[in-house]
Write a protein that binds this ligand. Structure first.
Ligand code: G6P
Ligand code: MG
Length: 973
């Protein structure tokens, strides 16, 4: 899809941590408000609700999107309407309103339990008047009964007796970024319950929502009040210090898409509900069941484990389990981005997960395309073609809803014409591709007969009206398109589009024959409806034979489109470091005129043809085209659809660290907001691509017509086990993969990490320098920053001796000077606190701990112990080697030997992370892995040189070292 990329600042997210099933936010940062609302989205396949707070927050973007509830809006035609908000709970503690932007937040933790589908939050809050209260919120959207939603809040006064007032509301005035889609029909109240009935302005969809409130632990009867559009249940009750009270809000919701009278349905649903705990148990059981066939279990890489589950959770909550008139929006049901429209993201990126784990959901998603065929027919007609031409962006009717223009944010900016609606026509073939894959995987002939065939055949008719015969060169061509790579518009003979169209027509011909044979009546009916005459089909055959795909048969290099190789070449390294897309840097025309890709195009084709090893896929051709296109692809800031696909292909080509890096880029796109647009909603295609990367890439699953799926795993370094299930033709296949013995030997077996302190975990290297400088100045000794570089990692005495150079000084004077320097140093480090940890240090320590990697400190400093205590990281150290541990200082290996010994590890199982040349020498002399932080001039002898620890996770490091070891192994072989 086309976006005008904003500038992208890099975000550090030190406050997000995880276990294998939970994402945990340990601190509330208003700066991350919108991104985290997306991250903490919950849902149940019927609706999705962003993770905004029950009590609200200034500028929050709370939203609930119900599948299929579209309404008219200018410019983008139609959008998913933000539905009435079921979350609001206002708490007043002894008359003071609970708000995170007032009073003091003493404790905060928010966590999403992916296994149970429950979002919870624990807050200890001190009011402006100094009353402290513990609050625990939890919410869930029932997976057992998708029309039921629940919020619960526990309240415990910590240091007061008093009263609490609760107001639980339904907000009938939700907005889509300033635009209100709803008109109120009626609202009402009864004992314990309230209701709201409203209708979208344009599409006239009615919605009925009701809520009830139950107070646990106190004697209170909620009273309804009717603020227009904001029905509320309030209760006030006395509370005692140390006692816990709970308020439980249960909600029921229906729309006129589900039932004729949604308000009546919601009211009767609510009145029939059992209690909170029973409902929650049913919800949990439904999730437990859902995970039995959806889960991907990774051992040996906790971060990857959490990330895959997180992404699958986000897919599971937006695949409808009942409705075949809805698809999955590009941003799922989690944000305003792309207005709830569906793209090829669904069929090519998201669908395989459903096809192979919950085929009924896949079938519904594909049926959505059947129900929107008339929209696709109207589009074909509008553009002067025949058959069905699917919309690039599709909503409820299937009519094209890609905005024609993107409007600028600046008053003097230019409007940008979006050509995808006119030219990005490959989507019709993509849909057929997904249908074919579904059919292969399920053998669902009945669906193919009743739904799939008509889609494939009517879009084949479109293709045959869309291609041109070039009489001069006697070939068919497709002109004026946008391929998968959207940096290039108005191109002709895009290899991806032409080959997909050819493939599509091939399959359409096969399908027609199949119908004739198996279901002649259906073939006849479709013949009448679509006109599938012999003449028409001969033309398809002719196109299949004579469509042009630009490539060089002698090398296998495919030209992305006619004339691509004549464009200005580019070296993306020239633009690094950057935080913007290449299109943002070069402009639309600038990118159009260069050999730079927004996302894989030829390589995307390779990927899609890889399943059946069809033209142009071959391993050899993959390598040739990878070598050409991967370096020219804007894989960081181009499209979020790219990284997962590159991960798979890189894995095929045994580019271990690139595969893992791309995989993680896709995995973290929302959790770590790596593209700074998580606020707009979950990147659904990236999530689906991630599943494909694990299963088809690392798991090496191949799908053979007759024998079902089989695996040839190439697990990333450190992954000791990978398990998942696939459904193939009515049967479950359980995969339990482990790295083959050979690959285990290829990878380093690292069990411990030894950290230098100064300049690695914290910036005290600077204080050492300033202390020496002060001493040198007092003593009239020559010293400067440059001279100090050589002192990094060097003991106090040796440092002084080096500064003194030839100058001979008696021992007592030496002692005195060392003591003075140390006093200066100690005064600098007085105020050190956890905030002085260098970026990335804590995250890495936590990650190592979670992956059972032993950790030691290896510093020449006699102050090391004190510093790590002040930094708050002493608990992470399994062993400490410091200035008191050994006689010989770095570059002698002694200190690191000592550390390894304390950890109980052999040197070859240890990695040293150092910022000093002497430290790298020491690590190498100890026969350990050496990672240097800083400029190559200083630490270039290390096995691996990195600028800093920021953004570095344990497996990134392991994978990088593994690749080195593999390279070394292949050189020595
Ligand atoms: C580390 C630092 C050096 C310092 C040494 C001794 O290795 O990188 O700059 O001289 O420790 O520190 P101390 O605190 O014992 O003087
Ligand atoms: Mg150091």
């Amino acid at each position: 899809m086309q976006t005008i990329a904003p500038s992208i600042p890099t975000l550090d997210t030190p406050d997000l941590t995880y276990t294998d099933w939970t994402v945990i936010e340990t601190q509330f940062s208003p700066d991350l408000l919108h991104a985290r609302e997306t991250v903490f989205t919950i849902g149940n396949g019927y609706l999705g609700t962003r993770g905004s707070f029950e009590e609200g927050y200034p500028q929050d973007l709370s939203a609930t999107f119900i599948h299929g509830v579209f309404d008219d809006v200018p410019i983008v035609y139609t959008e998913l309407a933000n539905c009435p908000d079921w979350l609001p709970i206002a708490l007043s503690i002894n008359g003071e309103t609970f708000r995170l932007d007032q009073g003091t937040v003493l404790k905060y933790q928010r966590q999403l339990d992916l296994q149970q589908g429950i979002l919870s939050r624990t807050v200890r809050w001190s009011s402006p008047n100094g009353r402290t209260v513990d609050l625990h919120f939890e919410r869930w959207a029932s997976l057992d009964n998708p029309h039921v939603l629940a919020v619960r809040c526990e309240i415990t006064p910590v240091d007061f007796d008093g009263f609490v007032e609760v107001q639980a509301s339904l907000n009938g005035y939700p907005e889509n970024q300033g635009f209100n889609h709803w008109e109120l029909i009626q609202q009402g109240k009864q004992d314990h319950s309230i209701w709201l009935s409203s209708r979208t302005r344009g599409s006239r969809i009615q919605l009925g929502m009701t809520a009830q409130l139950n107070i646990v632990g106190a004697d209170a009867t909620p009273q309804g009040t009717s603020v227009p559009g904001y029905p509320t249940l309030s209760a006030t009750f006395l509370v005692n210090e140390g006692q816990t009270y709970a308020v439980e809000k249960l909600i029921a919701v229906f729309t006129s898409r589900d039932v004729e009278d949604p308000l009546a349905a919601a009211l009767s649903e609510l009145s029939a509900l059992t209690d909170y705990k029973t409902l929650r148990a049913a919800h949990r059981a439904a999730w437990a069941h859902r995970w039995t066939y959806s889960d991907v279990d990774i051992e040996g890489d906790l971060r990857a484990q959490l990330a895959i589950r997180y992404n699958l959770f986000q897919l599971l909550i937006c695949g409808s389990s009942t409705d075949e008139r809805v698809s999955i929006p590009a941003k799922t049901l989690s944000g305003f981005g792309y207005r709830g429209h569906a793209f090829w993201d669904t069929e090519i990126f998201i669908l395989p997960f459903f096809t192979f784990t919950q085929p009924e959901t896949a079938r519904r998603l594909l049926s959505y395309r059947y129900h929107t065929l008339d929209g696709a027919r109207r589009k074909a007609l509008h553009y002067g073609y025949k058959g069905a031409m699917f919309a690039w962006e599709s909503a409820d009717t299937g009519d094209e809803v890609t905005p024609r223009w993107a409007l600028p944010n600046q008053p003097y900016g230019e409007d940008v014409r979006i050509w995808c609606r006119d030219q990005e026509i490959h989507i019709s073939a993509d849909i057929s591709y997904a249908i074919w894959q579904y059919w292969q995987a399920t053998g669902d002939d009945v669906w193919m007969r009743d739904y799939g065939a008509e889609i494939v055949l009517d879009t084949a008719i479109f293709w045959s009206s869309r291609v041109d015969l070039n009489i001069k060169s006697e070939r068919y061509e497709i002109r004026e398109v946008i391929g998968a790579d959207e940096y290039h518009e108005h191109v002709s003979n895009n290899a991806f589009t032409n080959r997909m169209a050819q493939w599509h027509l091939e399959k359409a011909l096969y399908l027609y024959e199949w119908l004739l044979e198996q279901y002649p009546e259906k073939a006849a009916a479709l013949n009448v409806k679509l006109n599938l005459s012999q003449e028409r089909r001969s033309r398809w055959q002719d196109i299949v034979q004579c469509i042009w795909i630009p490539y060089d048969p002698s090398t296998g290099l495919i030209e992305e489109f006619e004339g691509f190789f004549k464009l200005k070449d580019i070296d993306l390294a020239d633009y690094e470091p950057r935080t913007k897309s290449m299109q943002a840097l070069l402009g639309i025309e600038g990118a159009n005129q260069r050999q730079v890709l927004k996302q894989p195009d030829v390589l995307m084709l390779m990927y899609l043809m890889r399943f059946t090893q069809a033209f142009p896929y071959s391993e050899e051709w993959l390598r040739v085209n990878w070598d050409y296109y991967a370096p020219r692809t804007d894989i960081t800031y181009g499209s979020s659809l790219g990284p997962a696909i590159h991960a798979i292909l890189a894995s095929d080509l045994e580019k271990v660290s690139e595969a893992y890096e791309r995989f993680m880029q896709a995995a973290m796109v929302d959790l770590e907001d790596v593209r700074d647009n998580a606020a707009d909603g979950i990147h659904g295609a990236s999530a689906g691509g991630l599943w494909q990367a694990v299963v088809f890439g690392f798991g090496g699953i191949q799908l053979k017509e007759n024998d079902g799926p089989s695996a040839t795993p190439h697990l990333p370094p450190g992954w000791t086990r990978l398990r998942f299930r696939l459904h193939w033709r009515g049967q479950w296949y359980d995969f339990d993969l482990r790295p083959p013995e050979a690959s285990r030997q290829n990878y380093p077996d690292i069990r411990g990490v030894i950290f230098d302190l100064d300049g690695v975990l914290t910036d005290t290297a600077e204080y050492h320098y300033r202390s020496w400088q002060k001493l040198a100045d007092e003593e009239g000794l020559f010293f400067n920053r440059q001279a100090n570089e050589a002192l990094r990692g060097v003991s106090r005495r040796d440092s002084l001796l080096r500064i003194l150079g030839d100058r001979k000084v008696p021992e007592d004077k030496l002692e005195d000077m060392m003591e003075r320097k140390n006093l200066y140093y100690i005064s600098f480090i007085q105020d050190i606190s956890p905030k002085d940890l260098l970026p990335g240090a804590l995250t890495l320590l936590q990650d190592l701990r979670k992956n059972n990697i032993r950790i030691a400190l290896g510093s020449a400093s006699k102050n090391a112990q004190g510093v790590i205590e002040r930094l708050g990281i002493a608990e992470y150290m399994d062993a400490i080697a410091d200035g008191y541990s050994v006689e010989n200082s770095k570059p002698a290996p002694d200190l690191f030997f000592y550390a390894a010994q304390q950890l109980g590890l052999e040197p070859q199982h240890c990695v040293v992370i150092e910022d000093a040349a002497s430290g790298i020498d020491a690590a190498l002399a100890a026969n350990m892995w050496a990672v240097g932080l800083g400029p190559a001039e200083r630490v270039g002898k290390a096995h691996l040189v990195l600028p800093h620890l920021a953004g570095l996770a344990w497996h990134d490091l392991l994978v990088k070292l593994s690749e080195l070891e593999r390279k070394e192994a292949s050189v020595s072989r």
